[in-house]
Design a protein around this ligand. Structure first.
Ligand code: B12
Length: 350
């Protein structure tokens, strides 16, 4: 962006302001302005939409934006990407997707609803000349494998935002590798160095959408089935994943007990932090499953730190974060590796 124009930071602020007011027309006008200033779809995704979405997450976390504002903002960003992509497809129909372009499948893993990051990846690859089959959110293993058999892609790209779904990533890596097809993974559930991706048996990993095309160019033509997971805790991870809703109920009861609160607060008097705790607990418990299957205690440490911040911003008692960690320890006491992973997690300050 030239020096006489606003910086990307200014653009993000103005775009967010429009999203926060629910002003879709103003948000689209900002994007139109950038296009007229010569920015292409990839620059707009990288410079405006991706950073704006991360800020949307922060605004929700700090309780400045409601869930509805977060949803409305994402819907606008999705329609912005779709309209930019459509316009570009009309302008350059013959270059990407030609018979010689390598074909790839981009999809979210099963249960994963964060489709916008996967859409960003798909658009980057289309711009780089790949022929992309984009499956969106929540693709089951069977649907994915059938699609692979029908279309014979050079690679399958799996997006996962929530660490609770790392066990699902592993299952889907196994299923796709059974077809001999390389699998590239990415999304905010992974560490930037790609260690979790390697443990889960992925053929490749990229930390951002900009790096994906380079990774694809280095992939082998075919891969053997994934080697079984050997590390202690992998099996326990699937036990935790399968029972995460029940475990979440138990943890919620233990937290309330520890903080000296009644189990069922009156629906109309329930404090916000307890509503949010109830909503987020399956994800927090699931992160322990992710930590065990991906063999990385950092996963659960990050989830507990995140949960403590979410609770703090919603007026929870100071000890809520510690009570949550302690409750997990009690609920999972019969699982030795899960207990050891929780022991490793540094004590939280709140
Ligand atoms: C929008 C949004 C939603 C929308 C998603 C709609 C949609 N169509 O995508 C909805 C409302 C559905 C949603 C739901 C939930 N969400 Co949400 N969501 C977000 C938000 C605000 C933006 C996501 C986004 O667009 N990110 C922007 C992109 C640019 O970043 P990115 O994901 O890292 O992707 C980049 C790279 O990782 C990479 N990449 C991504 N995928 C792939 C794939 C491959 C193969 C490769 C190579 C690379 C790659 O490329 C991208 C571009 O560079 C995030 C905030 C955040 N920090 O991301 C929260 C966030 C991810 N959600 C969160 C949570 C907790 C949830 C819920 C559990 C809430 C609830 N209790 O209901 C549910 C879970 C739903 C589910 N089962 O999936 C938390 C996760 C916390 C954590 N630490 O684990 C976050 C961080 C919010 C927060 N600040 O606390 N969410």
């Amino acid at each position: 962006m030239s020096s006489d124009r606003p910086t990307w930071d200014d653009e993000v602020e103005a775009y967010l302001e429009a999203l926060g007011r629910g002003d879709r027309a103003a948000a689209l006008a900002r994007v139109d302005g950038l296009e007229h200033a010569g920015q292409d779809v990839l620059a707009i995704i990288r410079g405006l939409l991706a950073p704006a979405q991360l800020r949307v997450g922060e605004l929700w976390l700090s309780d400045e934006w409601s869930v509805a504002q977060e949803h409305a903002a994402t819907a606008v960003s999705e329609s912005v990407i779709a309209s930019l992509a459509l316009a570009r497809a009309k302008e350059v129909p013959a270059i990407p997707g030609t018979a010689s372009a390598p074909s790839v499948v981009v999809s979210c893993v099963e249960h994963e609803w964060h489709a916008l990051p996967a859409l960003m990846v798909a658009e980057h690859l289309r711009a780089d000349g790949f022929s992309v089959s984009y499956l969106g959110a929540n693709a089951s293993s069977s649907a994915l494998v059938r699609h692979v058999h029908e279309t014979g892609p050079a690679a399958v790209l799996l997006s996962c935002s929530l660490s609770a779904f790392l066990p699902v990533v592993r299952r889907q890596v196994e299923a796709v590798r059974e077809t001999g097809t390389p699998v590239v993974v990415g999304g905010s559930a992974f560490d930037p160095e790609g260690r979790r991706a390697r443990v889960l048996g992925a053929t490749g990993f990229a930390a951002t959408a900009e790096d994906v095309a380079d990774v694809l160019r280095t992939l082998p033509a075919g891969v053997p089935p994934a080697a079984p997971l050997q590390h202690p805790g992998a099996e326990e991870g699937y036990v935790v994943f399968g029972t995460r809703e029940d475990l979440a109920d138990e943890v919620e009861r233990l937290v309330a007990e520890d903080l000296g609160l009644g189990r069922e607060a009156e629906a109309d008097r329930e404090p916000e932090w307890r509503v949010v705790l109830h909503d987020q607990l399956p994800h927090v418990v699931g992160s322990l499953a992710g930590a065990l299957v991906a063999d990385d205690p950092q996963v659960v440490r990050q989830a507990l730190t995140w949960a403590a911040r979410v609770l703090e911003h919603r007026g929870a008692p100071d000890r809520a974060g510690l009570a949550l960690r302690a409750a997990l320890g009690v609920a999972l006491r019969d699982l030795p590796t899960a207990s050891a992973v929780l022991e490793l997690v540094a004590p939280l300050t709140r």
